[in-house]
Design a binder for this molecule. Structure first.
Ligand code: SME
Length: 176
């Protein structure tokens, strides 16, 4: 029979999850929200080497803090981006280099901010509800290894503050 280790000083539940699993959602300006979120993301990533686990928690933390329509990762596998951990509605699974906002961010190896997705040539509409988007590349050994894609259901939701802080956040994720 399965049994949990029991300690006289700590309740058995302590052994089920070794990290604080509650996100403290911050109020305030976008910058204040990012500044409150980043130490919590560092805490979530600390000591955990599994990439899928870390991408899943970063996507969840961003979605919970900002309430964006879709937040998730695509990872470079052979010649394509393949859908990774995400929060939001089901999405396109594979994107070729240079295609859409994600494939363009990969090709250019830079963050792309799109104020109105309908005005971005070749935008891939996984959902007609997505109106603006930011895509941030993840680097491993100087090469793009994946992208963070964030979609909003409102126009013009992303700016240089998002670029600065989302680039900081993806740099915390170890891809090795
Ligand atoms: N809109 C993206 C595709 C991914 S979904 O938005 C989740 C693009 O144009 O690359």
């Amino acid at each position: 029979m399965f049994s949990l280790p029991v300690s006289k000083s700590k309740p058995a539940l302590v052994y089920l999850c070794t990290m604080a699993e509650d996100l403290q959602v911050a109020q305030g300006s976008k910058e204040e929200q990012y500044r409150a979120l980043i130490p919590q993301i560092k805490g979530l990533l600390e000591g955990e080497p599994d990439l899928v686990a870390n991408l899943a928690n970063v996507a969840a933390a961003l979605k919970e803090q900002f309430g964006w329509f879709w937040v998730g990762f695509y990872l470079v596998k052979k010649e394509e981006l393949v859908l990774g951990p995400f929060q939001g509605p089901v999405a396109c699974t594979r994107i070729k280099k240079g295609r859409g906002v994600c494939g363009s961010s990969w090709e250019k190896a830079q963050t792309l901010i799109v104020a109105d997705v309908e005005k971005f040539p070749g935008h891939i509409a996984c959902s007609s509800l997505s109106r603006s988007e930011i895509v941030v590349p993840l680097f491993k050994d100087g090469e793009v290894a994946g992208v963070l894609d964030v979609d909003s259901s409102d126009l013009d939701q992303f700016d240089e503050t998002d670029r600065q802080f989302l680039e900081q956040i993806v740099a915390l994720i170890s891809l090795h």
